[in-house]
Ligand binder design. Structure first.
Ligand code: SF4
Ligand code: SF4
Length: 398
C-alpha cells in the first residue's frame, strides 16, 4: 500500500478539515446513519494523510479506511460540497484500488460473478432475457438487429423481476411508436460499475471493451440506457478506461421517451389526481449533472402533478443502495432509505418515479416493509401506463 504513489496523493494535504462534506446541504448519508467520522470525506482524507505520514498504526489505519471507503454509497454529496474542490469520489476509487486484498465479502462474490458470468448475480448469460416473457415478440424482432438506436438494459433490470418493469415498458412503448431499435441482451455484459465501485479498473476495462464492441457491431449510433449507474459508467468512464472517444452517443431512456412524445409518436391520455415525485439518482444527478430531463419528461405527461421532495436535484437524498452498500451493509442501506421515504411521506408523494433500478429496488423494499401507500416504479412504466389509458386504480406495483 503506497499512498504516496497515488495520482491524488497531494489532495490529502489540501483538505481543510472544514467538514462541509459532512453536513452541508444533502450531507453525507452514511455519516447520518453511522455517526463515525471515518465514513466522511474529511475522515477519509485525514486518515489517508496520517497513514501517508506514518502517524497512524498501519494495520488499524487501513482497517479504518476500509470501513470508510466501503460504507460510502458513492453518492457524490461530499464532492459537491468540498470547499477546495477535491475530486473525492475519484480519490475513493483510487484508494479502493489499494484495498483489493481487503474487499468486503460480497464485493468479492460480485467480482467472481462478473468474471465467470459477466453479470452481478452469477446467473447464466442465457437467462439475461428473463424479463421478456410479456414482450417476447417485440424482443425477438429487436434483438441483435442492426439499428441506429440501441438500448442498454443492464444487469438489474435483466435479472431482477421487480426491476424489469423498465425494459418491459420501453419495449411496449417502442412497439406503440413503431420504432425499430436494437437490443443486444444475449451479448450485453455488466457495464462494469461494480468493478469500479470496488476499485478494480483493469477488470472494468474488459467489460467496457466487450460492450463497446457489441454496440459497434450492430451499427448503433445512439445508445439509451435505463440505469443511472450504467449511464454514468458508459458515458463518463468508458472513454477514460478505454482511452477513446465513444463511437456512439449516450442518452437516458427519459430523453428517448421524451423525444418520442415530442415527435408525437406516442399518444398519451391524461391521468389526474396523482402526485408523483422524481427520485434523482446520485449517479445521474450529482455525478452527471442530469436533473432537468426527468422534469421535462414529467411535465410532458398530461394530468400529472409533480411534487418535489424537500431535497431534490443536487441536494437530493441518496437511496442508500449505491457503492455496493446494499450488498455489504444492508442495514445501512435500509437506514438511509428510510430517511428518503420520510421525505416522500412529508411531500405527499403517491408515486415515486425512478430512473435507476438500484434506487427502485431499495426504495421499493422499504416502502413495502413500512406498509406505505407510496408506490415506486420506473418513470418509463408511468409513460407506458398513460399510453395505455390505464385508470388510477390500475397503476399497480408490479
Ligand atoms: S460519497 Fe456520499 S456516502 Fe460517500 S463519503 Fe461522500 S457524501 Fe458520504
Ligand atoms: S469539504 Fe473538502 S476540504 Fe472540507 S473537510 Fe471535506 S474533503 Fe476536506
Amino acid at each position: 500500500m503506497k499512498l504516496n504513489n497515488l495520482e491524488h496523493y497531494e489532495e490529502f494535504f489540501i483538505c481543510a478539515y472544514c467538514a462541509y462534506c459532512v453536513n452541508n446541504n444533502a450531507a453525507c448519508p452514511t455519516f447520518l446513519s453511522v455517526r463515525h467520522e471515518i465514513v466522511t470525506g474529511r475522515g477519509k482524507m485525514i486518515t489517508a494523510r496520517n497513514l501517508a505520514q506514518g502517524l497512524l498504526n498501519k494495520e488499524e489505519g487501513l482497517e479504518a479506511l476500509k470501513d470508510g471507503l466501503f460504507q460510502c454509497t458513492f453518492c457524490g454529496a461530499c464532492e459537491q460540497e468540498c470547499m477546495v474542490d477535491i475530486p473525492l469520489t475519484e480519490v475513493y476509487t483510487e484508494l479502493k484500488g489499494l484495498m483489493q486484498d481487503r474487499l468486503p465479502e460480497n464485493t468479492v462474490k460480485i467480482f467472481q460473478n462478473l468474471e465467470s458470468k459477466f453479470n452481478i448475480y452469477g446467473m447464466d448469460q442465457a437467462d439475461r432475457n428473463f424479463w421478456n416473457f410479456d414482450v417476447e415478440d417485440t424482443y425477438d424482432e429487436l434483438v441483435n438487429r442492426s439499428a441506429e438506436v440501441g438500448y442498454f438494459i443492464g444487469c438489474m433490470a435483466s435479472y431482477m423481476g421487480r426491476a424489469s418493469g423498465a425494459p418491459v415498458a420501453i419495449l411496449k412503448l417502442v412497439t406503440h411508436a413503431n420504432e425499430k431499435i436494437s437490443i443486444f441482451s444475449p451479448t450485453e455484459n455488466c457495464c462494469g460499475n461494480p468493478f469500479l465501485l470496488g476499485g478494480c479498473l483493469e477488470k472494468a476495462k474488459k467489460l467496457a471493451q466487450h460492450n463497446v464492441n457489441e454496440i459497434e457491431k450492430l451499427g448503433i449510433k445512439t445508445l439509451f440506457v435505463s440505469c443511472a449507474g450504467c449511464y454514468r459508467v458508459i458515458k463518463e468512464e468508458y472513454p477514460k478506461l478505454l482511452g477513446i472517444e465513444l463511437p456512439f452517443k449516450v442518452f437516458t431512456h427519459m430523453e428517448y421517451l421524451l423525444n418520442l412524445i415530442k415527435e408525437k409518436k406516442l399518444k398519451l391520455l391524461s391521468l389526474t389526481n396523482i402526485k408523483v415525485s422524481f427520485k434523482d439518482p446520485c449517479e445521474l444527478g450529482r455525478h452527471c449533472g442530469e436533473y432537468e430531463i426527468a422534469r421535462d419528461l414529467i411535465s410532458s405527461l398530461p394530468g400529472i402533478e409533480s411534487v418535489e421532495l424537500a431535497n431534490n436535484r443536487e441536494n437530493a437524498l441518496c437511496c442508500g443502495a449505491g457503492g455496493l452498500v446494499k450488498a455489504n451493509y444492508p442495514e445501512l442501506a435500509e437506514d438511509i432509505a428510510l430517511r428518503l421515504i420520510q421525505q416522500m411521506e412529508e411531500a405527499g408523494t403517491e408515486l415515486c418515479l425512478n430512473a435507476c433500478p438500484s434506487c427502485l429496488l431499495n426504495i421499493d423494499q422499504f416502502l413495502r416493509q413500512q406498509q406505505s401507500s407510496i408506490l415506486a416504479i420506473d418513470i418509463a412504466q408511468l409513460v407506458h401506463r398513460l399510453s395505455q389509458n390505464y385508470q388510477n386504480s390500475l397503476i399497480v406495483n408490479q
